[in-house]
Structure formats: structure tokens, C-alpha cells
Design a protein around this ligand. Structure first.
Ligand code: F6P
Length: 319
């Protein structure tokens, strides 16, 4: 292995830059050339490559987003697109690729492996929805962004004695809602992994109000449905004032937390180790605080499930 490349793909996540930095610096530590691919698989097809020396990743560890840009490529899903990508990788003498992204991006990495090309995935997504790893890069920062914003909402919710419904991201996973809900003492947390009854939510609100609570926060994961619609239903049932906030893409931006910077640095470095061992078709994972590599097939055969003990605990504590 002499020359490796790195790309970011799919939705960006805070900490991706720290992961790029780790790949570049760890690669150079082992005497490798490192190439950056701009705009994910689109850049791979277009040959949008840039040499990454040690200085190219200076002053980025604390920045959100990705300096390599990101994209979701339809062309890469076609055999012709992939052949172009592989031809470019060969032309540039690249022996291995690190793909930082979510599970869709990993399926692309696996397809490259099917073409005989060595590719390793690093899980980067705020959703924390990749099976086989306890955490993904960006999740911790997104949760912190959510609670920072809910703390603000809480101030105005108390002043006006209102119920607030906050819709958070996560695609089909409830992890962001779950962690933010426990961290923020939300009255109810609605996640796709657990069914809910509107009557239970309303009962909970009534109980809180009877013991003098001045406001209520309900967190809705986007995978459950529209927070606006749930707000409308609650208002209809209770007749009390509600407001809905959809946090949206602010959850994807911002400076990564220490946890995400450390995770990204460890995962990026591990991806280089895996390539140096001439392995492929693997993703980096963190399990019980150990950084390890697992086969894509093994990861894809599992189903991501958030830690439901957090859900149960949040329900008990927010009584
Ligand atoms: O996967 C990250 C994520 O932010 C999801 O939480 C969300 O559903 C989706 O991406 C939004 O995608 P886009 O930025 O394309 O609107």
C-alpha cells in the first residue's frame, strides 16, 4: 500500500474534518501518499482529486462540515459510473480508499470492494443509525446542539406556560430524540422504535400541570412523522397552547464536541491501519469503547437499535 484516498459522502456530520485529518496524518506517519476526493463518489467519477499533505488538514479539527465537500451520487449506482470511478483510482495509482459517511456510502464502498478495490468505511452521520457500532461521528455534537436549543425553548416555554413540540432529525432512527430527551428531561419522547398513544402523552401533560409544572417539552423524532401534525393533535385534545419547533439542519452544523473529535481521530487512524493490513470490505466501529474493524456484511446483517433502557429511564424520570 503506497497511496490511499479519502472521501466524505452523504449528509455531512460534525467531526468529519477531524476524521479526514486523522486519515491524512496517520497515512503520512506510515509513509503513504494521501489523496482527497472532493464531493464523495461524484468526485471519484469525475477524478476530482487533490493531494493532501500534512498542512492541508491544519486548522480543521474544530470545524463542522467537511473540507472535502459531500454529495449523494446517483451515477455511482450505475455499473458505468463505478467503472469510471475504478478507472480513475487506478490511473492515480490509488491502492485503498477510506469512505467517511453513512450506510448508503458504505454500500458504495462495498461495491468498490466487489471490483477488487480495497475500501474501508468510517461511520460519520448525526443519526447514529449504523448497525455494528455504538456511536457514529457527529451524533454527540448533534445531541448537544439539540439540548442547547431546547434549553432556550424551555426559557420561553416557562414564561408563557406552554407546551412545546420539538422535531429533531435522525432519519428512521430515534437516537437523537432519545438522548436529547433524557438529557433535557422531556415529558415525552416519540421515536420510530416505540409505539405511542396520544392519550398517554396528554395524561402525562395533565399530571405535570396538576403538580404545578409551568411548561412541557415533547421531542419528536422525524422518523415518527411531522412534529407540526403531532402538535396539532395535542392542541386539539388538550385545548392548551402549543408551539412547534423543527430544528432542521442546524443539527448538522457546528464545531464538533470533544467526544466526536476523539472518536473521529481514533476511527480515521484505525481505517488506515485496516488498509495497511491489506484488508478491505470493512467498516470501523466502536464497541464498548474499543475501536475495531467489522465486515460490511456482518454490519449489514444487523439491525440498528437505539438503547431502549434510555427510553425506559426517561419515562420514569419525567413522571
Ligand atoms: O442523515 C443525516 C440527515 O440529516 C438526516 O437526519 C435527515 O433525515 C437527512 O440527513 C436530511 O437530508 P438532506 O440534508 O438531504 O435534507
Amino acid at each position: 500500500m503506497k497511496r490511499i484516498a479519502v472521501l466524505t459522502s452523504g449528509g455531512d456530520a460534525p467531526g468529519m474534518n477531524a476524521a479526514i485529518r486523522a486519515v491524512v496524518r496517520k497515512g503520512h506517519h506510515h509513509g503513504l501518499d494521501v489523496i482527497g476526493v472532493r464531493r464523495g463518489y461524484t468526485g471519484l467519477i469525475q477524478g476530482d482529486f487533490v493531494t493532501m499533505d500534512l498542512g492541508s488538514v491544519g486548522d480543521i479539527i474544530h470545524r463542522g462540515g467537511t473540507v472535502l465537500y459531500s454529495a449523494r451520487s446517483e451515477e455511482f449506482k450505475t455499473p458505468e459510473g463505478r467503472e469510471k470511478a475504478v478507472a480513475n483510482l487506478k490511473e492515480y495509482g490509488i491502492d485503498g480508499l477510506v469512505v467517511i459517511g453513512g450506510d448508503g456510502s458504505f454500500r458504495g464502498a462495498q461495491l468498490l470492494s466487489d471490483h477488487g478495490f480495497k475500501a474501508v468505511g468510517v461511520p460519520g452521520t448525526i443519526d447514529n443509525d449504523i448497525p455494528g457500532t455504538d456511536f457514529t461521528i457527529g451524533f454527540d455534537t448533534a445531541v448537544n446542539t439539540v439540548i442547547e436549543n431546547i434549553d432556550r425553548i424551555r426559557d420561553t416555554a416557562t414564561s408563557h406556560e406552554r407546551t412545546y413540540i420539538v422535531e429533531v432529525m435522525g432519519r428512521d432512527a430515534g437516537d437523537i430524540a432519545l438522548w436529547a430527551g433524557l438529557a433535557d428531561g422531556a415529558e415525552s419522547i416519540l421515536i420510530p422504535e416505540a409505539s405511542y398513544e396520544l392519550d398517554d402523552i396528554v395524561d402525562r401533560l395533565a399530571r405535570g400541570s396538576r403538580r404545578g409544572k409551568k411548561h412541557s417539552i415533547i421531542i419528536v423524532a422525524e422518523g415518527v412523522g411531522s412534529g407540526v401534525e403531532i402538535g396539532r393533535q395535542i392542541k386539539e385534545k388538550t385545548g392548551s397552547e402549543t408551539r412547534v419547533t423543527v430544528l432542521g439542519h442546524i443539527q448538522r452544523g457546528g464545531s464538533p464536541t470533544a467526544f466526536d473529535r476523539v472518536l473521529a481521530s481514533r476511527m480515521g487512524a484505525k481505517a488506515v491501519d485496516i488498509l495497511l493490513e491489506e484488508k478491505s470490505d470493512q467498516m470501523v466501529a466502536i464497541r464498548n469503547n474499543e475501536i475495531t474493524g467489522i465486515d460490511f456484511d456482518q454490519a449489514f446483517s444487523m439491525k440498528h437499535q437505539p438503547d431502549m433502557s434510555i427510553y425506559d429511564l426517561a419515562g420514569i424520570l419525567a413522571i
